[in-house]
Design a binder for this molecule. Sequence first.
Ligand SMILES: *Cc1c(COP(=O)(O)O)cnc(C)c1O
Length: 388
Amino acid sequence: MAGRNHLFIPGPTNTPHEVLSAMHLPMEDHRSPIFPDLFKPILADLKKIFRTEAGQCFVYPATGTAGWEVALTNCLNPGDKVLIYRFGQFGHLWMDMARRLGFDVECHEVEWGKGIPLDVLEARLKADSQHEIKAVLATHNETSTGVTSNISGVRQAMNAASHPALLFVDGVSSIASLEFKMDEWGVDAAISGSQKGFMLPAGAAILAFSQKAITASETTTYPRAFLSLKDQINSNKEGYTPYTPSTPMLHGLRKSLDLLLAEGLDNVYARHYRLAEGVRRAVAAWGLRLCAHPGFESDTVTAIVVPADKDARHVISTAFSKYNISLGAGLTEVAGKVFRIGHIGDMNDVSLLGALAGVEMAMLDNGFDIKPGSGVAAAIEYYRSTAQ
Ligand SMILES: *Cc1c(COP(=O)(O)O)cnc(C)c1O
């Protein structure tokens, strides 16, 4: 099909041309004396993205899923109790990983569409007077439902209970796009991946650990090898990696950090809010509703609930085959009930209006009772009135 297939899935996201160009280069010697000139400033600049001065950043040749495992296996002891609230597919998978790794998982169900229940969390932590819970696992942005949880509130709940558990945060679809303040929120492990807010191909787990988490990792006994933090720390000290890094990925990351820092993080967050708000106006104009309940709406991905007599999978397949756009599917519990528009990473008004137009066409083709142009019109009005 002529023209470009734009990705409107929440990862992998569109890779800017400058980043693609920066990655297009010959392979190089990762043990050379000049490799640290590339790698050390990357680790330093990553701290600005995570908003940490006290913490330390790491890049593993892996994906976000491995980041979950780095946190669990390095900072905890075998069989430790971890607490998680499950309200989407990614929280589910993290919970399942912790179980498979033999941790004592306490999982509470929350309606999909809502986020971490702060008062319930606080009460649970207060009840844990023996401090059996060693880590709280929090999904910052639940990509499957388009729900953002309040991590600052999680920290406040932990403080209110004077609970010493570590706070692990899955920020795979939030970091570098939504406001994230590692130090201020007292996050001990912040987990991200290359193919979402960092606008790169999949293949890097991009992580930050607090000194408290690193100190814990020095004495924990859970077996780890490839994902050992200690091996990273030892090599990173000199600007190297414990095993072969993907050098094109690192050059791409260098460029994506340059782009993000030049735009300014506050501007990046504001851009994501504005883009997301246009999509929300369109959804309201179509007479449809979000999967996210009020107060939990994500600015990186919007999950849209289709009427009960419709199958969201048909919208996605029509959009792909007839209009050459990729939308996100509903996963497991919401399969067929929602489709998702990803507006994370390298995105602007006009690209996103293309997605909204394509979604309208696909919905009309599938017999949705919507007025042609209504969602696009609502988004246009919002974008025009808020454009700088
Ligand atoms: C994409 C995603 C993951 C999984 O990351 P992979 O890179 O696919 O391993 C985990 N958590 C969230 C919230 C995500 O959006």
